[in-house]
Design a protein around this ligand. Structure first.
Ligand code: SF4
Length: 192
């Protein structure tokens, strides 16, 4: 996915499932094939197109403002330039856009631009806390930078995938399967 597409898609998936976000994204693209058209569109038309993502009254202006800010600052709707920046600067640039927090920025940097940013979803956050990689006061926003710092840059993406997979299959939110967990000998939260 192009980085701007990834950004819009990720805003749409905030507080909803990927399935709902994808449906809204496809509808939005069908209604406005070029992002420039979203800039001048009435908010109601954007809201209507993205309704399946939920919170459309917040997400429609958020998307429009983020696109406007990119255009104002860069003169074009393109985020490929972030690839040439040091990671910390690229993160700061994205996070300064309206409606873009650590998770959205990490997703764009990691998935669309291949940079070693660590997206922290609910699975990553839960597993990292149970394993003692994060402290009880390290919220998900803080966790992005903390977890990234634990591994080499080339290991950030696999680390992200392993934590998500482990959280989905074994270290579930309710009823972690500690008895069959390969990490049970080193995990401070094991329940067996
Ligand atoms: S031992 Fe239990 S709590 Fe620890 S990582 Fe494995 S499943 Fe999660």
């Amino acid at each position: 996915m192009e980085p701007v597409d990834e950004l819009v898609f990720t805003i749409l998936t905030q507080h909803t499932s990927d399935v709902n976000g994808k449906r809204a994204f496809e509808r939005l693209k069908a209604r406005f094939p070029h992002w420039e058209e979203v800039l001048d569109a009435p908010l109601e038309a954007i809201e209507e197109a993205i309704r399946s993502a939920g919170l459309s009254r917040q997400k429609a202006p958020r998307i429009q403002q983020a696109l406007r800010t990119i255009l104002e600052r860069r003169g074009r709707l393109d985020l490929a330039f972030l690839q040439e920046m040091p990671l910390a600067e690229a993160k700061a640039w994205l996070r300064s856009l309206p409606g873009v927090g650590p998770k959205t920025s990490a997703i764009v940097l990691c998935f669309a631009l291949g940079l070693p940013a660590m997206p922290v979803d609910t699975h990553v956050h839960r597993v990292a806390r149970r394993l003692g990689l994060l402290g009880p006061r390290d919220n998900a926003d803080k966790a992005h930078d903390l977890l990234e710092g634990l591994v080499e840059p080339e290991e950030v993406y696999p680390f992200h995938v392993y934590l998500i997979t482990h959280g989905r299959r074994v270290c579930k939110a309710r009823g972690p399967r500690c008895g069959e967990c390969v990490l049970r000998d080193i995990c401070p939260s094991r329940q067996v």
